[in-house]
Design a protein around this ligand. Structure first.
Ligand SMILES: O=S(=O)(CCO)c1ccc(-c2ccc(C3CCCC3)c([C@@H]3C[C@@H]3c3ccccn3)c2)cc1
Length: 240
C-alpha cells in the first residue's frame, strides 16, 4: 500500500527494472555474451566484478506457448508455490505481507559447495502495466524482487552469508486471434518472458566457482519454472 515505508523505493525500482528489461541486448559492443541456449530460451550475461566479487548481470529471454504473462507472474510471485519450482531454496519465510501485490521474503538457499550457505531478504512486487494508452503497445505483467534490510534479521548474524539481488521477471502475452467468433484457446497464446537478475553473492567466492554455478543453475531454474507454470495451468481457464 502506498503508505508503506518501502513504497517510494518499490515505485522507483519497478520502473527502473521494467525499462531495463525492455531494452534489447543492443549490438555486440554492449558486452552481453550468450552463455546458454535451449529451444526458445537464450541466456546472456555480462562479466562484471565489484570489489573482486562476481556480480555478472544476467538477462534471459524465453518464449513459452500456451501460458500468459499474468499466469507466469502469479506463480512466480505467490509464496505458496515456491517450494514446488525453486530447487535451491532451503527455507522461505514471508516476513510481512505489505499488500496483496507486495510481500517481504526471507530465503535461505541450499549450500552449494564450495560456497558457504546464503540467505537473502527481499521485497517482491507484482504489477500489471496495461497498454490501454496505445492499443498495439505491449501489455506487460512483471514481478520485481529487490533485496532490503529487516531489523530482526541483521546480515551475516548466523551461519549464512547475506546476498543482495535485484530480479525482474517481465512478461508480454501474445494472442494469435482464432477464427472469427471462436474462443481463444491455449493454442492461440504465448508469453515472451524476459528474466533479468543481478546477484551480489555477499561474501567472497571464487569467480570461476560462481560463474560455473550460474551457468548450471540459471538455465535449469528458468526451464523448471516455466515447465511448472505450463503444468499448473494446462487444465485451468486462461488467466489473461
Ligand atoms: O529469481 S528469484 O528472486 C526467485 C525467488 O527465489 C532468485 C533467484 C536466484 C537466487 C539465488 C540466490 C543465491 C545464489 C547463490 C549465490 C552464491 C551461492 C548461492 C544463487 C545462485 C545462482 C544460483 C541460482 C541461480 C538460479 C536459481 C537458483 N540458484 C541464486 C535467489 C532468488
Amino acid at each position: 500500500s502506498i503508505s508503506h515505508r518501502l513504497w517510494p523505493e518499490i515505485e522507483k525500482v519497478v520502473h527502473q527494472q521494467v525499462a531495463w528489461a525492455r531494452l534489447g541486448l543492443g549490438d555486440s559492443g554492449t558486452g552481453w555474451q550468450l552463455f546458454a541456449e535451449d529451444g526458445e530460451m537464450r541466456m546472456y550475461r555480462r562479466e562484471e566484478e565489484v570489489d573482486g566479487m562476481v556480480v555478472d548481470p544476467l538477462k534471459a529471454v524465453h518464449i513459452v506457448k500456451g501460458i500468459t504473462g499474468h499466469e507466469v507472474c502469479h506463480y512466480f510471485f505467490s509464496p505458496q508455490y515456491r517450494y514446488d519450482w525453486e530447487t535451491t531454496l532451503e527455507q522461505m519465510t514471508v516476513l510481512e505481507t505489505i499488500a496483496d501485490d507486495t510481500c517481504l521474503f526471507l530465503q535461505t538457499h541450499k549450500r552449494i559447495w564450495p560456497a558457504s550457505q546464503r540467505d537473502v531478504i527481499f521485497w517482491s512486487h507484482i504489477r500489471h502495466l496495461p497498454n490501454d494508452q496505445d492499443r498495439d503497445g505491449p501489455d506487460i505483467w512483471t514481478v520485481v524482487n529487490h533485496s532490503t534490510e529487516h531489523k530482526d534479521y541483521p546480515a551475516n548474524s548466523g551461519k549464512c552469508v547475506r546476498i543482495f539481488l535485484t530480479v525482474c521477471l517481465l512478461c508480454q502475452t501474445r494472442v494469435n486471434p482464432p477464427k472469427e467468433g471462436t474462443p481463444i484457446t491455449r493454442d492461440d497464446i504465448s508469453c515472451k518472458i524476459t528474466y533479468c537478475s543481478v546477484v551480489n553473492p555477499g561474501g567472497w567466492a571464487p569467480a570461476s566457482v560462481l560463474r560455473a554455478l550460474y551457468k548450471r543453475e540459471y538455465p535449469k531454474f528458468l526451464k523448471r519454472f516455466t515447465s511448472y507454470v505450463t503444468n499448473q495451468t494446462k487444465d485451468k481457464p486462461i488467466m489473461f
